[in-house]
Design a protein around this ligand. Structure first.
Ligand SMILES: Nc1nc2c(ncn2[C@@H]2O[C@H](COP(=O)(O)OP(=O)(O)OP(=O)(O)O)[C@@H](O)[C@H]2O)c(=O)[nH]1
Length: 578
C-alpha cells in the first residue's frame, strides 16, 4: 500500500476512533443534561401540584363556612369562598400550564381532578342554596368528603413527574417525600380543625365519633411529624429546614394543638353530651386562631421544596458544566489530533514522499535540483541534505564517467589516427584492411591496395625545413582525401609513404584510381606557411588480392614491389604488380 494511502487510512481510523469515543462520552453527558433539565421541570411541577393541593385545602374552610351559614350565606363568607375558588383555579391553571409545557406528564392527568372539583363544588353550592334545616348531616359529610378527596388527586396527578425528578436526582427523593408528607400533614391538620367546626358552630359537645376522629387525626399528625423529622441524609438537615420544622413544632404542635385541646377540654367538661357547651370562641374565631398555626407546616413544605430545587439546580448546573467540558474536551482532542496529523503529514510524510521521488529521479539519471534547500535541523533535514549530497555525488560521478568515455573515445581515435595528418595510421589501416579482406573473401571480390611515396621528400626537408616537410605531408593527405570517394580508405603508412584501399575492385580500376591520385598530387600547388609554393610528385605501386588465401601482408608486399619499380623507373608513375 502506498504511504500516502496508508497515512490517509490511519488518519481516518484515528479520527473515527476519537470521534466515536468523544461522541459516546458527549452523548452520555447530553443524556444526563437532558435528564437533569427534565428533572428540574418535573420538580417545578411537583411544587406546583403541592401548591394546588394547598389551595384545595384552603378552599375547604370557606366551603364549610358557607355550608354552615344561613341561607343565603353571609356576603363576607361568600366572598371568601369566591376568593378561595379563584385562588384554586389559578393554582390549577398554573399546574395545567406546566403540565402542557413539560413532556414528562400528560396534561390529561388533571382531568380527573378537575371533574372531581366541579362535582365537589356543585355539591357545596347545592347545600348552600338550601335553608340550613334542609341540609342533613349526611349531605354535609358527603360534601366535606368530596372536598377531602381532592387533595390526594392533586398530589397523585404529578406522581409520574415526581418519579421523573427522583430518577434525575436520586439524592432529593427524601426531600420530595417529606415535602409531600408536609402537605399531608397540613391536610390532616385542616381536617383536625374541621372536626371541631360542627361542635363549635352548634355549641355542642364532641360526639364520640368526633373524639375518635380527633384521636386518629392526632396520631396521624404525630406520625407525619416524626417522619418529617427523621434524619435521612444531610440535605434534609439543612439549617433552614431545621428552623422551619422547629417553627412548626412550636406554632402548630404546641400552640395549635393547645387550641384544639382547649376546645376538647371544654367539650368534655359537661356532664352529658347533649348539654350545650360554652366554648370561648365561635367557628370564625376558632379559624382565626387555629388556621395561622398551620402556616409553618407549609413553610416546612416550602423549605423542603426549596432545598430540593436548590440541589436540583446544582445538579443541573453540574450536568451543564460537565457537558460543556465534554464538548470543549472533545473539540480540543479533535483539534490536537488534526494538528498532529497535519504536522506529521507536512513535516514527515510529504518530505519523505518528496525524497522518495527525488531518489527515484536520481536512479533514472534525472539530476533536476530541488525547488528549495531544506534548512530543517531534524532527521528529515539530515536526510534531505544527505540526498542533496547524493545528488551532487551522482552528478559528479556522471560527469566523470562522461569524461572517461570521452577520453577513451579520444584515445581510441588517437590510437587509430596519424598525429600529423589526421588520417588513419598504419595500425588502424591494418585493422580496417583485414576486415575488408575478409569481406572480399566472403563476397568473392577482388581487393586492391595502392601504396604511394612522395618523391625526393628528403630534399623538401633539407631545402625548406622539417616543418615545411610536415606541411607538405598534411596537404598531400588533404589532396588525396578530397580525391577519394566514400568507402575508399586512406592511411599514412609511415614517413612520406601513404596507402589507399579502394572499394572492392580489380587491378585495372585500382590502377586508374592511382593514376588519378598521381595527377592530382602532381597538379596541386602546395602553399607553405611562409608563402612558398611547392609542387611534388609521388610514385605509386598497385597490387590486387583475390581468393580465400590472400593475406594483407602479401598484398602490401606486392604493392611495395610495384612501388619500388615505379621509383626505380623514374618516379611520378604508377606500377602494378607483375
Ligand atoms: N618532415 C618530415 N620528414 C620526414 C617524415 N618522415 C620521414 N621523413 C623524411 O623523409 C625522408 C625520406 O627520404 P628517403 O627515404 O631518402 O627518400 P626520398 O628522399 O623521398 O627519395 P626517394 O623516396 O627515393 O624519392 C627522410 O629525410 C626522412 O627524414 C616526417 O614525418 N616529416
Amino acid at each position: 500500500m502506498r504511504l500516502t494511502r496508508l497515512f490517509t487510512l490511519i488518519s481516518a481510523i484515528l479520527a473515527l476512533l476519537v470521534c466515536g469515543v468523544q461522541g459516546r462520552s458527549l452523548w452520555a453527558e447530553w443524556r444526563q443534561y437532558q435528564a437533569a433539565e427534565q428533572g428540574l421541570q418535573a420538580l417545578q411541577l411537583v411544587a406546583a401540584s403541592m401548591r394546588a393541593a394547598e389551595k384545595l385545602s384552603f378552599e375547604r374552610g370557606p366551603s364549610n363556612a358557607v355550608m354552615g351559614d344561613g341561607h343565603p350565606a353571609a356576603p363576607a363568607k361568600q366572598e371568601r369562598l369566591r376568593t378561595a375558588r379563584n385562588d384554586t383555579n389559578a393554582a390549577l391553571r398554573q399546574l395545567q400550564q406546566q403540565l402542557s409545557h413539560g413532556n414528562t406528564v400528560p396534561a390529561s392527568q388533571l382531568a380527573g381532578l378537575e371533574l372531581a372539583l366541579r362535582e365537589a363544588r356543585r355539591h357545596v353550592d347545592q347545600l348552600a342554596a338550601q335553608p340550613p334545616a334542609g341540609r342533613t348531616p349526611a349531605q354535609l359529610d358527603a360534601a366535606v368528603e368530596r372536598m377531602y378527596a381532592l387533595v390526594p388527586l392533586a398530589l397523585d396527578a404529578v406522581t409520574e413527574a415526581t418519579r421523573a425528578s427522583e430518577q434525575a436526582y436520586p439524592r432529593i427523593t427524601r426531600l420530595l417525600v417529606k415535602a409531600r408528607l408536609a402537605v399531608e400533614l397540613r391536610e390532616y391538620a385542616g381536617r383536625l380543625g374541621s372536626t371541631l367546626t360542627a361542635p363549635l358552630a352548634t355549641a355542642q359537645a364532641l360526639s364520640s365519633a368526633q373524639q375518635q376522629r380527633l384521636q386518629f387525626l392526632r396520631g396521624r399528625l404525630e406520625q407525619l411529624r416524626q417522619l418529617i423529622k427523621t434524619a435521612n441524609n444531610d440535605a434534609d438537615q439543612a439549617v433552614h429546614i431545621k428552623a422551619a420544622v422547629a417553627h412548626m413544632d412550636s406554632d402548630y404542635f404546641d400552640a395549635g394543638q393547645r387550641i384544639i385541646s382547649a376546645v376538647e377540654q371544654t367539650s368534655s367538661n359537661g356532664a352529658r353530651d347533649s348539654t350545650a357547651r360554652h366554648y370561648d370562641m365561635d367557628t370564625a374565631q376558632f379559624a382565626q386562631r387555629y388556621v395561622p398555626t398551620m402556616a409553618p407546616i407549609l413553610a416546612v413544605r416550602d423549605a423542603l421544596l426549596q432545598e430540593a430545587e436548590n440541589q436540583a439546580r446544582d445538579e443541573f448546573a453540574r450536568a451543564r458544566h460537565e457537558l460543556s467540558w465534554a464538548m470543549l474536551n472533545g473539540a480540543a482532542i479533535l483539534l490536537v489530533l488534526v494538528t498532529l496529523l497535519v504536522i506529521v503529514r507536512v513535516r514527515v510524510v510529504t518530505p519523505l514522499l518528496r525524497a522518495t521521488r527525488a531518489v527515484v529521479r536520481l536512479g533514472n539519471g534525472d539530476y533536476t535540483p530541488p525547488s528549495r534547500i531544506s534548512r530543517r535541523q531534524d532527521e528529515i533535514g539530515d536526510m534531505l541534505r544527505a540526498l542533496a549530497t547524493l545528488r551532487e555525488n551522482s552528478m559528479e560521478r556522471q560527469r566523470l564517467e562522461q569524461e572517461r568515455a570521452r577520453l577513451i573515445e579520444e584515445l581510441k581515435t588517437r590510437a587509430d589516427t596519424d598525429y600529423l595528418t589526421g588520417i588513419l595510421n598504419r595500425r588502424a589501416f591494418a585493422t580496417a584492411g583485414n576486415l575488408r579482406l575478409r569481406g572480399a573473401h566472403e563476397k568473392d571480390e577482388s581487393l586492391a591496395v595502392i601504396l604511394f611515396d612522395i618523391d625526393h621528400f628528403k630534399s623538401v626537408n633539407d631545402c625548406y625545413g622539417h616543418d615545411a616537410g610536415d606541411q607538405v605531408l598534411i596537404r598531400i593527405a588533404e589532396v588525396v582525401r578530397s580525391t577519394l570517394r566514400d568507402g575508399e580508405i586512406l592511411a599514412r603508412y609511415g614517413g612520406e609513404e601513404f596507402v589507399v584501399m579502394p572499394s572492392f575492385c580489380g587491378l585495372e580500376a585500382a590502377r586508374a584510381l592511382a593514376e588519378r591520385l598521381r595527377v592530382a598530387i602532381e597538379q596541386e600547388p602546395l602553399t607553405l606557411s611562409d608563402g612558398y609554393i611547392l609542387r611534388v610528385t609521388a610514385s605509386f605501386g598497385v597490387a590486387v588480392a583475390h581468393g580465400p588465401h590472400a593475406a594483407l601482408d602479401d598484398l602490401f608486399h606486392s604493392a611495395d614491389l610495384a612501388l619500388y619499380r615505379a621509383k626505380s623507373q623514374g618516379r611520378n608513375r604508377v606500377e602494378t604488380q607483375l
